[in-house]
Design a protein around this ligand. Structure first.
Ligand SMILES: [Zn+2]
Length: 244
Protein backbone atom coordinates (compact mmCIF):
# COMPACT_ATOMS: atom_id res chain seq x y z
CA UNK A 1 0.00 0.00 0.00
CA UNK A 2 1.31 3.40 -0.94
CA UNK A 3 0.25 6.64 0.66
CA UNK A 4 0.48 9.95 -1.09
CA UNK A 5 0.99 13.07 0.98
CA UNK A 6 -1.12 16.13 0.37
CA UNK A 7 2.06 17.87 -0.72
CA UNK A 8 2.59 15.25 -3.41
CA UNK A 9 -1.01 15.53 -4.48
CA UNK A 10 -0.63 19.28 -4.85
CA UNK A 11 2.56 18.78 -6.81
CA UNK A 12 0.77 16.40 -9.15
CA UNK A 13 -2.03 18.88 -9.63
CA UNK A 14 0.60 21.39 -10.76
CA UNK A 15 0.04 24.12 -8.17
CA UNK A 16 0.33 24.59 -4.43
CA UNK A 17 -2.40 26.03 -2.26
CA UNK A 18 -0.71 29.46 -2.36
CA UNK A 19 -0.94 29.39 -6.16
CA UNK A 20 2.78 29.08 -6.90
CA UNK A 21 3.71 26.72 -9.69
CA UNK A 22 5.52 23.49 -8.86
CA UNK A 23 6.99 20.86 -11.11
CA UNK A 24 4.26 19.06 -12.97
CA UNK A 25 4.21 15.30 -12.93
CA UNK A 26 4.29 14.62 -16.66
CA UNK A 27 5.36 11.13 -17.58
CA UNK A 28 5.81 9.80 -21.11
CA UNK A 29 4.93 6.13 -21.56
CA UNK A 30 5.68 3.90 -24.54
CA UNK A 31 3.58 0.74 -24.74
CA UNK A 32 5.02 -2.08 -26.84
CA UNK A 33 2.59 -4.72 -28.08
CA UNK A 34 4.85 -7.73 -28.75
CA UNK A 35 5.34 -9.44 -32.11
CA UNK A 36 3.31 -8.32 -35.15
CA UNK A 37 6.48 -7.40 -37.02
CA UNK A 38 8.37 -8.88 -39.98
CA UNK A 39 11.84 -10.07 -39.12
CA UNK A 40 13.05 -11.18 -42.58
CA UNK A 41 12.04 -10.54 -46.16
CA UNK A 42 9.72 -13.31 -47.27
CA UNK A 43 8.77 -14.30 -43.72
CA UNK A 44 5.19 -13.91 -42.53
CA UNK A 45 4.49 -11.25 -39.92
CA UNK A 46 5.40 -12.77 -36.52
CA UNK A 47 2.19 -13.85 -34.73
CA UNK A 48 3.97 -14.76 -31.47
CA UNK A 49 2.35 -17.71 -29.71
CA UNK A 50 -0.73 -19.10 -31.43
CA UNK A 51 -3.78 -20.90 -30.06
CA UNK A 52 -6.00 -22.07 -32.92
CA UNK A 53 -6.73 -18.90 -34.86
CA UNK A 54 -5.84 -16.60 -31.94
CA UNK A 55 -2.52 -14.77 -32.19
CA UNK A 56 -0.52 -13.42 -29.26
CA UNK A 57 0.35 -10.40 -31.45
CA UNK A 58 -3.32 -9.44 -31.83
CA UNK A 59 -4.21 -9.79 -28.14
CA UNK A 60 -1.14 -7.77 -27.14
CA UNK A 61 -2.14 -5.03 -29.60
CA UNK A 62 -5.75 -4.99 -28.41
CA UNK A 63 -4.83 -4.72 -24.72
CA UNK A 64 -2.07 -2.24 -25.62
CA UNK A 65 -4.56 0.12 -27.29
CA UNK A 66 -6.86 -0.14 -24.27
CA UNK A 67 -3.96 0.54 -21.92
CA UNK A 68 -3.04 3.63 -23.95
CA UNK A 69 -6.50 5.14 -23.49
CA UNK A 70 -6.60 4.24 -19.79
CA UNK A 71 -3.24 5.91 -19.23
CA UNK A 72 -4.23 8.96 -21.26
CA UNK A 73 -7.09 9.44 -18.79
CA UNK A 74 -4.54 9.79 -15.95
CA UNK A 75 -4.02 13.45 -16.75
CA UNK A 76 -2.63 14.19 -13.27
CA UNK A 77 0.55 12.23 -13.95
CA UNK A 78 0.73 11.12 -17.60
CA UNK A 79 1.73 13.59 -20.32
CA UNK A 80 1.76 11.34 -23.38
CA UNK A 81 1.37 7.70 -24.34
CA UNK A 82 2.63 6.07 -27.53
CA UNK A 83 2.34 2.59 -29.01
CA UNK A 84 5.34 1.06 -30.79
CA UNK A 85 2.87 -0.28 -33.35
CA UNK A 86 -0.79 0.28 -34.11
CA UNK A 87 -1.18 -2.69 -36.44
CA UNK A 88 1.07 -5.18 -38.21
CA UNK A 89 4.50 -3.98 -39.32
CA UNK A 90 4.88 -5.44 -42.80
CA UNK A 91 8.26 -3.92 -43.69
CA UNK A 92 11.35 -5.77 -42.47
CA UNK A 93 12.79 -4.29 -39.30
CA UNK A 94 15.70 -5.34 -37.09
CA UNK A 95 14.46 -7.61 -34.30
CA UNK A 96 13.48 -5.64 -31.17
CA UNK A 97 15.84 -2.68 -31.81
CA UNK A 98 13.16 -0.67 -33.60
CA UNK A 99 10.93 -0.90 -30.53
CA UNK A 100 13.58 0.57 -28.24
CA UNK A 101 14.40 3.20 -30.90
CA UNK A 102 10.82 4.48 -30.56
CA UNK A 103 11.26 4.75 -26.79
CA UNK A 104 14.40 6.83 -27.35
CA UNK A 105 12.76 9.03 -29.97
CA UNK A 106 9.75 9.71 -27.73
CA UNK A 107 11.97 10.18 -24.64
CA UNK A 108 9.89 7.58 -22.84
CA UNK A 109 10.10 7.64 -19.05
CA UNK A 110 8.49 4.21 -18.85
CA UNK A 111 8.43 1.34 -21.33
CA UNK A 112 5.85 -1.43 -21.02
CA UNK A 113 6.00 -4.42 -23.34
CA UNK A 114 2.93 -6.68 -23.57
CA UNK A 115 3.09 -10.41 -24.37
CA UNK A 116 1.39 -13.69 -23.54
CA UNK A 117 2.99 -16.87 -22.28
CA UNK A 118 2.51 -20.28 -23.84
CA UNK A 119 2.87 -23.68 -22.17
CA UNK A 120 0.67 -26.65 -21.33
CA UNK A 121 -3.06 -26.04 -20.93
CA UNK A 122 -2.92 -26.04 -17.11
CA UNK A 123 -0.34 -23.23 -16.74
CA UNK A 124 -2.01 -19.89 -16.03
CA UNK A 125 -1.44 -16.45 -14.59
CA UNK A 126 0.03 -13.03 -15.32
CA UNK A 127 3.73 -12.24 -14.80
CA UNK A 128 5.56 -8.92 -14.66
CA UNK A 129 9.18 -9.27 -15.76
CA UNK A 130 12.02 -6.86 -14.87
CA UNK A 131 15.79 -6.83 -15.34
CA UNK A 132 17.61 -7.43 -12.02
CA UNK A 133 19.99 -4.46 -12.55
CA UNK A 134 17.20 -1.89 -12.39
CA UNK A 135 15.42 -1.44 -9.03
CA UNK A 136 12.79 1.00 -10.39
CA UNK A 137 11.76 -1.63 -12.93
CA UNK A 138 11.45 -4.15 -10.11
CA UNK A 139 9.24 -1.74 -8.14
CA UNK A 140 7.01 -1.12 -11.16
CA UNK A 141 6.76 -4.87 -11.84
CA UNK A 142 5.85 -5.54 -8.20
CA UNK A 143 3.19 -2.81 -8.32
CA UNK A 144 1.64 -4.35 -11.44
CA UNK A 145 1.77 -7.82 -9.87
CA UNK A 146 0.12 -6.52 -6.71
CA UNK A 147 -2.93 -5.22 -8.59
CA UNK A 148 -3.51 -8.14 -10.97
CA UNK A 149 -6.83 -9.74 -10.03
CA UNK A 150 -8.65 -10.55 -13.27
CA UNK A 151 -5.84 -12.87 -14.26
CA UNK A 152 -4.14 -13.84 -11.01
CA UNK A 153 -0.51 -12.77 -10.82
CA UNK A 154 2.36 -15.25 -10.72
CA UNK A 155 4.39 -12.35 -9.33
CA UNK A 156 7.19 -10.02 -10.41
CA UNK A 157 10.01 -12.05 -11.92
CA UNK A 158 13.63 -11.21 -12.67
CA UNK A 159 14.92 -11.89 -16.20
CA UNK A 160 18.40 -10.86 -17.33
CA UNK A 161 18.15 -12.02 -20.95
CA UNK A 162 15.35 -9.91 -22.43
CA UNK A 163 16.38 -7.02 -24.67
CA UNK A 164 13.34 -4.78 -24.16
CA UNK A 165 13.71 -4.62 -20.37
CA UNK A 166 17.46 -3.98 -20.36
CA UNK A 167 17.77 -0.24 -19.78
CA UNK A 168 21.32 -0.10 -21.13
CA UNK A 169 19.81 -0.13 -24.61
CA UNK A 170 17.51 2.82 -23.79
CA UNK A 171 18.15 6.54 -23.51
CA UNK A 172 18.68 8.39 -20.21
CA UNK A 173 15.00 9.33 -19.88
CA UNK A 174 13.80 5.77 -19.46
CA UNK A 175 13.76 4.94 -15.75
CA UNK A 176 11.89 1.64 -15.79
CA UNK A 177 10.99 -1.00 -18.34
CA UNK A 178 8.90 -4.09 -17.74
CA UNK A 179 7.46 -6.89 -19.84
CA UNK A 180 4.00 -8.08 -18.81
CA UNK A 181 3.01 -11.60 -19.75
CA UNK A 182 -0.72 -10.90 -19.62
CA UNK A 183 -1.62 -14.57 -19.22
CA UNK A 184 -1.19 -17.88 -21.02
CA UNK A 185 -2.65 -18.01 -24.52
CA UNK A 186 -2.64 -21.79 -24.09
CA UNK A 187 -4.95 -21.61 -21.06
CA UNK A 188 -8.67 -21.31 -21.84
CA UNK A 189 -9.51 -19.02 -18.89
CA UNK A 190 -6.53 -16.70 -19.42
CA UNK A 191 -7.09 -16.44 -23.18
CA UNK A 192 -10.77 -15.82 -22.68
CA UNK A 193 -10.13 -13.12 -20.07
CA UNK A 194 -7.68 -11.35 -22.39
CA UNK A 195 -10.27 -11.39 -25.16
CA UNK A 196 -13.35 -10.42 -23.17
CA UNK A 197 -11.99 -8.45 -20.19
CA UNK A 198 -9.15 -6.60 -21.87
CA UNK A 199 -10.58 -3.28 -20.75
CA UNK A 200 -10.48 -4.23 -17.07
CA UNK A 201 -7.02 -5.80 -17.41
CA UNK A 202 -5.77 -2.59 -19.01
CA UNK A 203 -7.34 -0.59 -16.17
CA UNK A 204 -5.48 -2.64 -13.55
CA UNK A 205 -2.19 -1.98 -15.32
CA UNK A 206 -2.92 1.74 -15.79
CA UNK A 207 -3.82 2.09 -12.11
CA UNK A 208 -0.55 0.33 -11.20
CA UNK A 209 1.48 2.69 -13.40
CA UNK A 210 -0.20 5.72 -11.80
CA UNK A 211 0.49 4.32 -8.31
CA UNK A 212 4.13 3.80 -9.23
CA UNK A 213 4.56 7.27 -10.73
CA UNK A 214 2.96 9.07 -7.80
CA UNK A 215 5.06 7.13 -5.28
CA UNK A 216 8.32 7.61 -7.21
CA UNK A 217 8.15 11.10 -8.67
CA UNK A 218 11.70 11.94 -7.62
CA UNK A 219 13.28 9.47 -10.04
CA UNK A 220 11.73 11.25 -13.01
CA UNK A 221 13.20 14.63 -12.11
CA UNK A 222 16.76 13.33 -11.51
CA UNK A 223 19.52 14.80 -13.66
CA UNK A 224 19.89 12.59 -16.72
CA UNK A 225 23.21 10.81 -17.15
CA UNK A 226 24.85 10.22 -20.51
CA UNK A 227 23.72 7.03 -22.18
CA UNK A 228 26.17 4.15 -21.77
CA UNK A 229 25.90 3.11 -25.38
CA UNK A 230 23.88 3.51 -28.52
CA UNK A 231 21.85 0.78 -30.21
CA UNK A 232 24.04 1.16 -33.29
CA UNK A 233 27.09 -0.26 -31.54
CA UNK A 234 25.51 -2.45 -28.89
CA UNK A 235 24.75 -5.88 -30.29
CA UNK A 236 21.81 -7.95 -29.11
CA UNK A 237 23.48 -10.44 -26.72
CA UNK A 238 22.32 -13.74 -28.18
CA UNK A 239 19.47 -15.24 -30.11
CA UNK A 240 16.44 -16.22 -28.14
CA UNK A 241 13.63 -18.65 -28.90
CA UNK A 242 11.01 -15.93 -28.53
CA UNK A 243 10.87 -12.45 -29.97
CA UNK A 244 10.85 -10.16 -26.97
ZN1 LIG B 1 5.69 -12.93 -26.87
Amino acid sequence: MTTVSSEQQQAVAGAQSDGSAVQKCAIIVVIDPGHGDRLKAGNPVDPGAVSGTIYESNIALDVGKKLKSKLEAKTDCIQAVYLTREGEITEVRPRLKWRVAIAKEKKANLFISLHLDAAGASASGQSALYHPSYPHSKTLASTVAGRAKIIKSRGAKSRDNLYVINLKYFGPDTKASILIELGFITNDADRNACQTQGDAIAQEIADSVADFVLANKAIFSATPKAAAGTPANVPIPRPRPTNR
